[in-house]
Design a binder for this molecule. Structure first.
Ligand code: SF4
Length: 370
Protein backbone atom coordinates (compact mmCIF):
# COMPACT_ATOMS: atom_id res chain seq x y z
CA UNK A 1 0.00 0.00 0.00
CA UNK A 2 1.11 3.51 -0.78
CA UNK A 3 2.61 5.52 2.07
CA UNK A 4 0.64 8.74 2.25
CA UNK A 5 3.53 10.64 3.83
CA UNK A 6 6.44 9.33 1.83
CA UNK A 7 9.25 11.87 1.51
CA UNK A 8 9.82 13.29 -1.97
CA UNK A 9 12.53 15.28 -3.67
CA UNK A 10 9.88 17.22 -5.58
CA UNK A 11 9.03 20.59 -4.04
CA UNK A 12 5.47 21.26 -2.95
CA UNK A 13 3.68 24.05 -4.84
CA UNK A 14 3.43 27.11 -2.54
CA UNK A 15 -0.37 27.20 -2.96
CA UNK A 16 -0.61 23.54 -1.96
CA UNK A 17 1.61 24.22 1.04
CA UNK A 18 -0.60 27.10 2.20
CA UNK A 19 -3.73 24.98 1.70
CA UNK A 20 -2.30 22.01 3.63
CA UNK A 21 -1.31 24.31 6.52
CA UNK A 22 -4.88 25.60 6.60
CA UNK A 23 -6.26 22.05 6.43
CA UNK A 24 -4.12 20.98 9.41
CA UNK A 25 -6.08 23.35 11.62
CA UNK A 26 -9.43 23.59 9.80
CA UNK A 27 -10.25 20.12 8.42
CA UNK A 28 -13.84 19.05 8.92
CA UNK A 29 -14.36 16.02 11.13
CA UNK A 30 -16.22 13.50 8.98
CA UNK A 31 -17.11 9.90 9.85
CA UNK A 32 -15.33 8.51 6.78
CA UNK A 33 -12.24 10.68 7.09
CA UNK A 34 -8.83 10.04 8.64
CA UNK A 35 -7.85 13.40 10.15
CA UNK A 36 -4.55 14.99 9.10
CA UNK A 37 -3.20 14.45 12.64
CA UNK A 38 -4.17 10.76 12.63
CA UNK A 39 -2.63 10.30 9.20
CA UNK A 40 0.61 11.82 10.44
CA UNK A 41 0.53 9.38 13.38
CA UNK A 42 0.41 6.46 10.97
CA UNK A 43 -3.35 5.80 10.57
CA UNK A 44 -4.25 4.41 7.15
CA UNK A 45 -7.51 5.22 5.34
CA UNK A 46 -9.84 2.26 4.70
CA UNK A 47 -10.45 2.14 0.90
CA UNK A 48 -13.92 0.67 1.49
CA UNK A 49 -15.04 3.62 3.63
CA UNK A 50 -13.43 6.12 1.25
CA UNK A 51 -15.14 4.56 -1.79
CA UNK A 52 -18.52 4.20 -0.05
CA UNK A 53 -18.52 7.81 1.13
CA UNK A 54 -17.46 9.15 -2.27
CA UNK A 55 -20.27 7.24 -4.02
CA UNK A 56 -22.81 8.49 -1.46
CA UNK A 57 -21.55 12.07 -1.73
CA UNK A 58 -22.12 12.25 -5.49
CA UNK A 59 -24.74 15.00 -5.89
CA UNK A 60 -25.67 14.66 -2.21
CA UNK A 61 -24.92 16.89 0.77
CA UNK A 62 -22.64 15.74 3.59
CA UNK A 63 -25.37 15.99 6.25
CA UNK A 64 -27.74 13.82 4.19
CA UNK A 65 -25.04 11.20 3.68
CA UNK A 66 -23.98 10.80 7.35
CA UNK A 67 -26.89 8.60 8.58
CA UNK A 68 -26.74 6.44 5.45
CA UNK A 69 -23.00 5.98 5.83
CA UNK A 70 -23.49 4.96 9.47
CA UNK A 71 -26.23 2.49 8.53
CA UNK A 72 -24.25 0.92 5.70
CA UNK A 73 -21.01 0.54 7.65
CA UNK A 74 -22.85 -1.00 10.59
CA UNK A 75 -24.81 -3.44 8.37
CA UNK A 76 -21.87 -4.18 6.07
CA UNK A 77 -18.54 -3.23 7.69
CA UNK A 78 -16.39 -4.53 4.83
CA UNK A 79 -16.51 -4.72 1.05
CA UNK A 80 -16.77 -8.52 1.37
CA UNK A 81 -19.85 -8.18 3.59
CA UNK A 82 -21.42 -5.77 1.10
CA UNK A 83 -20.61 -8.08 -1.82
CA UNK A 84 -22.34 -10.96 -0.03
CA UNK A 85 -25.49 -8.94 0.78
CA UNK A 86 -28.78 -9.32 -1.09
CA UNK A 87 -29.16 -6.59 -3.73
CA UNK A 88 -32.73 -5.95 -2.49
CA UNK A 89 -31.47 -5.30 1.07
CA UNK A 90 -28.93 -2.80 -0.26
CA UNK A 91 -31.60 -1.03 -2.32
CA UNK A 92 -33.80 -0.84 0.78
CA UNK A 93 -30.99 0.63 2.88
CA UNK A 94 -30.30 3.15 0.10
CA UNK A 95 -33.95 4.23 -0.21
CA UNK A 96 -34.24 7.98 0.42
CA UNK A 97 -30.69 8.85 -0.66
CA UNK A 98 -31.69 9.27 -4.33
CA UNK A 99 -29.86 8.72 -7.62
CA UNK A 100 -30.55 5.01 -7.37
CA UNK A 101 -28.25 3.96 -10.19
CA UNK A 102 -25.50 4.57 -7.61
CA UNK A 103 -26.90 1.77 -5.42
CA UNK A 104 -27.08 -0.64 -8.33
CA UNK A 105 -23.48 0.18 -9.26
CA UNK A 106 -22.49 -0.16 -5.60
CA UNK A 107 -23.68 -3.76 -5.61
CA UNK A 108 -21.89 -4.50 -8.91
CA UNK A 109 -18.67 -2.81 -7.79
CA UNK A 110 -18.59 -4.61 -4.42
CA UNK A 111 -18.81 -7.97 -6.20
CA UNK A 112 -15.96 -7.07 -8.61
CA UNK A 113 -13.69 -5.82 -5.82
CA UNK A 114 -14.45 -8.84 -3.60
CA UNK A 115 -13.49 -11.08 -6.51
CA UNK A 116 -10.29 -9.11 -7.12
CA UNK A 117 -9.47 -9.44 -3.41
CA UNK A 118 -8.89 -5.70 -2.93
CA UNK A 119 -9.49 -2.32 -4.54
CA UNK A 120 -7.07 -1.49 -7.35
CA UNK A 121 -4.89 1.48 -6.38
CA UNK A 122 -4.39 3.52 -9.54
CA UNK A 123 -6.81 6.03 -10.99
CA UNK A 124 -6.87 4.18 -14.35
CA UNK A 125 -7.70 0.81 -12.76
CA UNK A 126 -10.26 2.30 -10.39
CA UNK A 127 -11.96 3.92 -13.37
CA UNK A 128 -12.78 0.47 -14.74
CA UNK A 129 -14.96 -0.39 -11.72
CA UNK A 130 -18.77 -0.02 -12.01
CA UNK A 131 -19.96 3.43 -10.94
CA UNK A 132 -16.54 5.10 -10.73
CA UNK A 133 -16.29 8.09 -13.06
CA UNK A 134 -13.28 10.39 -13.40
CA UNK A 135 -13.97 12.25 -10.17
CA UNK A 136 -14.59 9.24 -7.93
CA UNK A 137 -11.64 7.27 -9.33
CA UNK A 138 -9.34 10.24 -8.71
CA UNK A 139 -10.64 10.87 -5.19
CA UNK A 140 -10.34 7.21 -4.12
CA UNK A 141 -6.84 7.00 -5.66
CA UNK A 142 -5.73 10.15 -3.83
CA UNK A 143 -7.46 9.69 -0.46
CA UNK A 144 -7.26 5.91 -0.02
CA UNK A 145 -3.96 5.24 -1.77
CA UNK A 146 -1.98 8.49 -1.69
CA UNK A 147 -1.82 8.73 -5.48
CA UNK A 148 -1.10 12.20 -6.96
CA UNK A 149 -4.47 12.45 -8.71
CA UNK A 150 -6.18 15.74 -9.59
CA UNK A 151 -9.58 15.62 -7.89
CA UNK A 152 -12.07 18.08 -9.39
CA UNK A 153 -15.70 18.30 -8.30
CA UNK A 154 -18.18 21.18 -8.31
CA UNK A 155 -16.65 22.71 -5.17
CA UNK A 156 -13.17 22.65 -6.65
CA UNK A 157 -14.44 24.12 -9.92
CA UNK A 158 -15.95 27.04 -8.02
CA UNK A 159 -12.74 27.72 -6.09
CA UNK A 160 -10.62 27.56 -9.24
CA UNK A 161 -13.06 29.70 -11.24
CA UNK A 162 -12.59 32.42 -8.62
CA UNK A 163 -8.87 31.93 -8.19
CA UNK A 164 -8.33 32.28 -11.95
CA UNK A 165 -11.24 34.68 -12.58
CA UNK A 166 -12.34 32.31 -15.34
CA UNK A 167 -14.34 34.25 -17.96
CA UNK A 168 -16.42 31.19 -18.99
CA UNK A 169 -18.62 28.72 -17.05
CA UNK A 170 -16.53 25.92 -15.43
CA UNK A 171 -18.21 23.35 -17.70
CA UNK A 172 -16.50 25.05 -20.64
CA UNK A 173 -13.07 25.07 -18.97
CA UNK A 174 -12.83 21.59 -17.50
CA UNK A 175 -9.41 20.87 -18.99
CA UNK A 176 -7.94 24.20 -17.88
CA UNK A 177 -9.24 23.64 -14.34
CA UNK A 178 -7.96 20.07 -14.21
CA UNK A 179 -4.53 21.17 -15.44
CA UNK A 180 -4.37 24.00 -12.89
CA UNK A 181 -5.26 21.58 -10.07
CA UNK A 182 -2.89 18.88 -11.37
CA UNK A 183 -0.04 21.42 -11.33
CA UNK A 184 -0.64 21.98 -7.60
CA UNK A 185 -1.12 18.36 -6.42
CA UNK A 186 1.72 17.84 -3.96
CA UNK A 187 3.98 14.77 -4.06
CA UNK A 188 3.37 14.33 -0.33
CA UNK A 189 -0.17 14.21 1.14
CA UNK A 190 -2.10 14.26 -2.16
CA UNK A 191 -5.12 12.79 -0.36
CA UNK A 192 -5.11 15.58 2.21
CA UNK A 193 -4.71 18.11 -0.59
CA UNK A 194 -7.81 16.71 -2.34
CA UNK A 195 -9.82 16.82 0.88
CA UNK A 196 -8.51 20.30 1.70
CA UNK A 197 -9.79 21.54 -1.66
CA UNK A 198 -13.19 20.00 -0.93
CA UNK A 199 -13.27 21.60 2.53
CA UNK A 200 -12.19 24.99 1.22
CA UNK A 201 -15.08 24.94 -1.26
CA UNK A 202 -17.56 23.66 1.31
CA UNK A 203 -16.67 25.90 4.26
CA UNK A 204 -14.86 29.05 3.01
CA UNK A 205 -15.23 29.54 -0.75
CA UNK A 206 -18.96 28.87 -0.52
CA UNK A 207 -21.38 29.48 -3.41
CA UNK A 208 -22.62 32.70 -1.81
CA UNK A 209 -20.60 35.18 0.21
CA UNK A 210 -17.23 33.41 0.36
CA UNK A 211 -15.39 34.05 3.64
CA UNK A 212 -12.26 35.37 1.92
CA UNK A 213 -10.70 36.68 5.12
CA UNK A 214 -10.26 33.07 6.31
CA UNK A 215 -9.00 31.78 2.96
CA UNK A 216 -5.40 30.59 2.65
CA UNK A 217 -5.47 31.73 -0.99
CA UNK A 218 -6.86 35.23 -0.44
CA UNK A 219 -3.66 36.95 -1.68
CA UNK A 220 -3.29 35.23 -5.08
CA UNK A 221 -7.04 34.91 -5.74
CA UNK A 222 -7.86 37.06 -8.80
CA UNK A 223 -11.58 37.37 -8.04
CA UNK A 224 -10.79 38.60 -4.51
CA UNK A 225 -8.15 41.03 -5.77
CA UNK A 226 -10.76 42.56 -8.06
CA UNK A 227 -13.51 42.45 -5.45
CA UNK A 228 -15.55 40.38 -7.92
CA UNK A 229 -16.08 37.13 -6.01
CA UNK A 230 -19.81 37.26 -6.75
CA UNK A 231 -19.21 37.29 -10.51
CA UNK A 232 -17.54 33.85 -10.47
CA UNK A 233 -18.07 31.15 -11.44
CA UNK A 234 -19.67 32.59 -14.58
CA UNK A 235 -23.08 30.97 -14.90
CA UNK A 236 -24.19 28.95 -17.90
CA UNK A 237 -27.69 29.81 -19.19
CA UNK A 238 -30.21 27.57 -17.43
CA UNK A 239 -31.83 24.84 -19.50
CA UNK A 240 -35.61 24.71 -19.09
CA UNK A 241 -36.72 21.65 -17.13
CA UNK A 242 -40.02 20.16 -18.26
CA UNK A 243 -42.65 19.28 -15.66
CA UNK A 244 -44.29 15.91 -16.19
CA UNK A 245 -47.57 14.80 -14.66
CA UNK A 246 -49.01 11.45 -13.66
CA UNK A 247 -51.14 9.73 -11.04
CA UNK A 248 -50.29 7.61 -7.99
CA UNK A 249 -52.73 5.26 -6.23
CA UNK A 250 -52.54 4.49 -2.55
CA UNK A 251 -54.76 1.51 -1.78
CA UNK A 252 -55.28 1.03 1.96
CA UNK A 253 -56.43 -2.37 3.19
CA UNK A 254 -58.72 -2.69 6.21
CA UNK A 255 -55.76 -3.48 8.45
CA UNK A 256 -53.85 -0.37 7.24
CA UNK A 257 -51.48 -2.15 4.84
CA UNK A 258 -50.88 -0.45 1.49
CA UNK A 259 -50.35 -1.99 -1.92
CA UNK A 260 -46.81 -1.80 -3.33
CA UNK A 261 -45.14 -3.22 -6.40
CA UNK A 262 -41.63 -3.35 -7.82
CA UNK A 263 -40.50 -1.17 -10.73
CA UNK A 264 -38.97 -2.68 -13.85
CA UNK A 265 -35.30 -3.68 -13.70
CA UNK A 266 -34.14 -0.95 -16.10
CA UNK A 267 -34.74 2.77 -16.49
CA UNK A 268 -35.49 5.45 -13.91
CA UNK A 269 -35.71 4.14 -10.30
CA UNK A 270 -35.13 0.61 -11.63
CA UNK A 271 -35.87 -2.16 -9.16
CA UNK A 272 -37.25 0.21 -6.51
CA UNK A 273 -40.65 -0.17 -4.82
CA UNK A 274 -43.62 2.04 -5.70
CA UNK A 275 -47.33 2.50 -5.18
CA UNK A 276 -49.21 1.76 -8.41
CA UNK A 277 -48.97 4.78 -10.70
CA UNK A 278 -49.47 5.80 -14.30
CA UNK A 279 -46.79 5.48 -16.94
CA UNK A 280 -44.86 8.78 -16.79
CA UNK A 281 -41.20 9.34 -17.60
CA UNK A 282 -38.76 12.16 -18.39
CA UNK A 283 -40.08 12.47 -21.94
CA UNK A 284 -43.82 11.95 -21.52
CA UNK A 285 -46.73 12.63 -19.19
CA UNK A 286 -48.70 9.84 -17.61
CA UNK A 287 -52.48 9.53 -17.28
CA UNK A 288 -53.71 11.66 -14.39
CA UNK A 289 -57.16 10.09 -14.13
CA UNK A 290 -58.60 7.08 -12.30
CA UNK A 291 -58.37 5.14 -15.53
CA UNK A 292 -54.76 4.34 -14.59
CA UNK A 293 -55.80 2.79 -11.23
CA UNK A 294 -54.62 -0.79 -10.58
CA UNK A 295 -58.18 -2.02 -9.92
CA UNK A 296 -61.72 -0.74 -9.81
CA UNK A 297 -62.58 0.90 -6.45
CA UNK A 298 -63.88 4.13 -5.00
CA UNK A 299 -60.75 6.30 -5.47
CA UNK A 300 -60.65 9.75 -3.85
CA UNK A 301 -58.33 12.47 -5.09
CA UNK A 302 -56.37 13.57 -1.97
CA UNK A 303 -53.78 16.02 -3.30
CA UNK A 304 -50.57 16.22 -5.31
CA UNK A 305 -46.99 15.14 -4.69
CA UNK A 306 -44.23 17.09 -6.38
CA UNK A 307 -40.70 15.92 -6.97
CA UNK A 308 -37.66 17.22 -8.84
CA UNK A 309 -35.57 14.76 -10.81
CA UNK A 310 -32.31 15.87 -12.43
CA UNK A 311 -33.84 16.50 -15.84
CA UNK A 312 -37.51 17.06 -15.10
CA UNK A 313 -40.04 17.90 -12.44
CA UNK A 314 -42.97 15.59 -11.67
CA UNK A 315 -46.39 16.36 -10.28
CA UNK A 316 -48.36 13.28 -9.28
CA UNK A 317 -52.08 13.50 -8.63
CA UNK A 318 -52.56 11.21 -5.63
CA UNK A 319 -55.64 9.01 -5.19
CA UNK A 320 -56.56 6.94 -2.15
CA UNK A 321 -59.03 4.18 -1.56
CA UNK A 322 -59.86 2.65 1.82
CA UNK A 323 -61.17 -0.57 3.23
CA UNK A 324 -59.84 -2.91 0.57
CA UNK A 325 -60.84 -6.34 1.84
CA UNK A 326 -58.75 -8.76 -0.11
CA UNK A 327 -55.70 -10.49 1.36
CA UNK A 328 -54.51 -11.24 -2.16
CA UNK A 329 -52.35 -8.72 -3.99
CA UNK A 330 -52.37 -8.45 -7.80
CA UNK A 331 -49.45 -10.30 -9.47
CA UNK A 332 -46.10 -8.56 -8.88
CA UNK A 333 -47.50 -6.58 -5.91
CA UNK A 334 -47.62 -7.05 -2.17
CA UNK A 335 -49.38 -5.59 0.86
CA UNK A 336 -47.02 -3.71 3.16
CA UNK A 337 -47.85 -2.92 6.78
CA UNK A 338 -47.02 0.54 8.17
CA UNK A 339 -44.21 -0.90 10.32
CA UNK A 340 -42.51 -2.15 7.15
CA UNK A 341 -42.65 1.03 5.06
CA UNK A 342 -39.33 2.43 6.29
CA UNK A 343 -37.64 -0.80 5.27
CA UNK A 344 -39.15 -0.91 1.76
CA UNK A 345 -36.99 0.33 -1.14
CA UNK A 346 -39.28 3.32 -1.66
CA UNK A 347 -37.66 6.29 -3.43
CA UNK A 348 -38.41 9.79 -2.17
CA UNK A 349 -41.02 10.52 -4.86
CA UNK A 350 -43.06 7.50 -3.71
CA UNK A 351 -42.67 8.41 -0.05
CA UNK A 352 -44.08 11.83 -0.92
CA UNK A 353 -47.05 10.25 -2.71
CA UNK A 354 -47.77 7.97 0.27
CA UNK A 355 -47.41 10.85 2.72
CA UNK A 356 -49.85 12.86 0.64
CA UNK A 357 -52.45 10.10 1.10
CA UNK A 358 -51.45 9.14 4.67
CA UNK A 359 -50.06 12.22 6.45
CA UNK A 360 -48.69 10.16 9.37
CA UNK A 361 -46.43 8.09 7.06
CA UNK A 362 -42.66 8.63 7.20
CA UNK A 363 -42.51 11.07 10.14
CA UNK A 364 -39.32 13.16 10.23
CA UNK A 365 -36.53 11.35 12.10
CA UNK A 366 -35.04 12.71 15.30
CA UNK A 367 -31.86 14.62 14.42
CA UNK A 368 -28.67 12.57 14.47
CA UNK A 369 -30.42 9.21 14.23
CA UNK A 370 -30.00 7.05 11.11
S1 SF4 B 1 -10.12 34.41 -1.70
FE1 SF4 B 1 -12.31 34.22 -1.54
S2 SF4 B 1 -13.06 33.91 -3.63
FE2 SF4 B 1 -10.85 33.54 -3.63
S3 SF4 B 1 -10.63 31.35 -3.36
FE3 SF4 B 1 -10.52 32.25 -1.34
S4 SF4 B 1 -12.62 32.25 -0.54
FE4 SF4 B 1 -12.70 31.89 -2.76
Amino acid sequence: MQNHLVASAEPTHPLAEALLDWYDTSARTLPWRVSPAALKSGAVPDPYRVWLSEIMLQQTMVEAVKPFFARFTSLWPTIEALAAAEADDIMKAWAGLGYYSRARNLVACAKVVAELGAFPQTEAELRKLPGLGAYTAASVAAIAFGQPAAVVDGNVERVMARMLALPVPPAKAKNAIREAVAAMVPPVRPGDFAQAMMDLGATVCTPRRPACMFCPWREPCLARQRGEQDLYPVKAPKAEKPTRVGAAFVAVRRDGAILLRKRAGTGLLAGMAEVPNSDWNARQDGDTTERAAPFHARWREVGTAEHGFTHFGLTLKVYRTDGVETAKAPPGSWWSQAAEWEGEALPTVMRKAIRCAIPTAFPPKAKGKP
